[in-house]
Design a protein around this ligand. Structure first.
Ligand code: NAP
Length: 292
């Protein structure tokens, strides 16, 4: 039998993990809440994932974040999966519960879509009834589409360079309330769709370090004033797309805020306490500055 140890133990499982700001955010959250806890980044290769997850339970860990490349492959290794994580086909948080006999149960969750929704709310953007463009068709795009559907967006156009990937999102998440379309991602389609959209969510790695001169938006063309721009890329926080949005004077939603909000939801799942979002935000900024 295993009882939960003091301090509370949490982990990040991924490969690699050294670049992650999650340890800084979660450690700051534990400190701010006066909780005796430790959050450890642990690099785990795919072939060791199953034993690593069981090992966390055996060692009395309370939970973990799951990052690339394990977010999808971990699903069959868990005892239960939340409805949201099952619909998204990806897990970014596990919670390890114990019954009175000390038998553990590992439950998978996904908080990425909540990160999208809360980041939009923080920026004062009302999702309900909005017309959104989502560029990309990977994990971040899927989370964005799910979050928008759940918050009753009117229409979402997925711009994907591989239409079949976009179509897969529509099949998995298709809803009666929100119209979903898929178009090929190119500049012409982006500009055409931007004429009537209210929200542009960029969810590909374009503009990420080290290729910080790249942007999905063409040079020398202002972004239409009716668009809110949300770049999920947060390394750097001021991506070229964000700088273009600033120059055009349109509202901006921060990818870093999405990261902070999904982390805050993980913290809530593990501790049953509201996360200290301000402390997590400060820690995330510090960690990113130190990483440059
Ligand atoms: P992913 O699952 O690998 O998906 C990436 C998507 O972008 C795929 O649809 C890919 O298309 C597309 N793509 C890649 N390069 C492209 C290009 N040059 N032109 C057009 N499309 C391109 O990755 P992800 O997990 O969604 O992550 C995407 C970005 O979001 C990364 O920068 C990541 O750091 C960031 N992210 C941020 C947060 C946050 O909390 N702020 C959370 C998750 C991810 P193909 O499949 O055809 O390659």
């Amino acid at each position: 039998m295993n009882t939960a140890p003091n301090p509370l133990l949490f982990a990040l499982l991924g490969d690699p993990v050294s670049h992650s700001v999650s340890p800084a955010m979660q450690s700051a959250a534990l400190t701010a809440k006066n909780l005796d806890g430790i959050y450890l980044p642990i690099q785990v290769g795919s072939s060791d994932l199953r034993s690593a997850v069981r090992g966390l339970a055996a060692l009395g860990f309370r939970g973990a974040n799951i990052t690339l490349p394990h977010k999808e492959t971990i699903l069959p290794m868990l005892d239960a999966i939340s409805d949201d994580a099952r619909t998204l086909g990806a897990v970014n948080t596990i919670v390890i519960d114990r019954d009175s006999a000390g038998v553990s149960r590992i439950v998978g969750h996904n908080t990425d879509h909540l990160g999208v929704v809360y980041a939009l709310e923080k920026a004062g953007h009302s999702i309900r009834g909005s017309q959104a463009i989502v560029i990309g068709a990977g994990g971040a795009a899927r989370a964005a589409v799910f979050g928008l559907i759940r918050s009753q967006a009117d229409e979402i156009v997925i711009l994907a360079r591989r239409a079949d990937q976009g179509a897969r999102i529509v099949r998995a998440l298709g809803s009666a309330g929100t119209r979903l379309r898929v178009r090929r991602f190119d500049t012409e389609n982006l500009i055409r769709e931007s004429e009537r959209a209210t929200l542009l969510i960029h969810a590909t790695p374009i503009g990420m370090r080290p290729k910080t001169n790249d942007s999905v938006w063409p040079d020398l063309r202002p972004i239409p004033p009716h668009l809110t721009v949300f770049d999920v890329v947060y390394t750097p926080t001021q991506t070229k797309l964000v700088l273009q949005a600033k120059a055009s004077g349109v509202p901006i939603v921060s990818g870093l805020e999405m990261l902070i909000r999904q982390a805050a939801q993980s913290f809530l799942l593990w501790t049953d306490r509201e996360a200290p979002v301000g402390a997590m935000r400060d820690a995330a900024h510090r960690a990113l500055e130190e990483a440059v």
